[in-house]
Design a binder for this molecule. Structure first.
Ligand code: GDP
Length: 297
């Protein structure tokens, strides 16, 4: 992510700099705030994060075995991973078979691509996977899914020309259940644009009732930044079994804003999309994500 790339330099400068500790801390916090705000992290979240860091600096003492600057950076890592959801580790392996995952999201967020990536992820883990193409509003959506399916060797159910989303979803799931598929991923309609989330959630209900999925996954484009908050909180309230995938983390400066906004709603971020390729999907773990700040040391 762009945010971590930026911060990596700041961390390096802090650890190797020659200014006094207090001055270095002060500069670091300023840089941190700047980076977070330019990554579209909500200003309130930024200040609450930096306040927590300052408080811990005051109230905690570095253990004798660790260099003071290293200790400070540890605190920063802690608080940054809290910003992105803390110790939450999403559960990605289903606890029952068959398992039906319904994907929802507004058009262009990367829903079809993500359906393919998920199918590939589970296939590699050894599951028998089926894909259902029920996004009827975008003419090429089914073809796109079929191409992805072919590429990864996963069957795709679709009904070219048919407009009844609920019917397609239902028949697709039934067919794959009868074929003993273990994980069924349903790519649903995405006619909506931003600002039409209410309509999206409404339509979600109808498909939900028809196929009773085990999990509903909302796909969000990282480039909407902290605007993801409203969408994710509405979704989180509407769906008890909801999880979230944030796509295009590679392509936007606002990824940190989207991640922190969604985390703040309490929703579970399950995966992040980090590129256009089929394997560019990562299980999202806040701690491991932040630990990347260390990569180039
Ligand atoms: P849909 O309308 O939501 O089904 O969107 P698509 O799956 O067709 O994706 C829209 C565009 O986003 C395509 O060009 C995808 O290749 C691209 N895309 C999807 N996920 C990612 C991602 O994680 N990173 C990047 N850079 N591009 C992505």
């Amino acid at each position: 992510s762009k945010l971590l790339d930026n911060l990596r330099d700041t961390v390096r400068k802090f650890l190797t700099g020659s200014s006094s500790y207090d001055k270095a801390v002060e500069d670091f916090i300023k840089e941190l705030q700047k980076s977070l705000i330019s990554a579209d992290v909500n200003v309130k979240l930024v200040f609450s994060l930096t306040n927590k860091i300052k408080e811990r600096l005051k109230n905690e003492k570095p253990p004798t075995y660790i260099e003071r600057r290293e200790w400070f950076i540890k605190i920063v890592y802690d608080e940054l991973s809290n910003l992105f959801g803390g110790d939450k580790e999403p559960k990605v392996i289903p606890d029952k078979i068959p398992y039906v995952i319904m994907l929802v999201g507004v058009q262009g967020t990367g829903k079809a691509t993500t359906a393919g990536k998920l199918a590939y992820f589970y296939k590699k883990k050894g599951f028998k996977v089926g894909l259902v193409g029920a996004d009827v509003y975008r003419p090429a959506a089914l073809e796109q899914l079929q191409q992805l399916g072919q590429q990864i060797g996963v069957p795709v159910y679709g009904e070219p020309g048919e407009k009844d989303v609920v019917g397609i979803a239902k028949r697709g799931v039934e067919k794959f259940l009868s074929e003993k598929m273990e994980i069924i991923i349903v790519d649903t309609a995405g006619r909506h644009g931003y600002g039409e989330e209410a309509a999206l959630l409404e339509e979600m209900k109808n498909i939900y009732e028809a196929i009773k999925p085990d999990e509903v996954t909302l796909v969000i484009d990282a480039s909407i930044g902290q605007k993801a908050y409203d969408l994710a909180s509405k979704f989180n309230q509407a769906s008890k079994i909801g999880t979230i995938i944030i796509t295009k983390m590679d392509g936007t400066a606002k990824g940190g804003g989207a991640l922190s906004a969604v985390a703040a709603t309490g929703a579970t971020i399950k995966f992040i999309g980090t590129g256009e390729k089929i394997d560019e999907l990562e299980v999202f773990n806040p701690r491991r994500f932040v630990a990347r700040l260390h990569h180039h040391h």
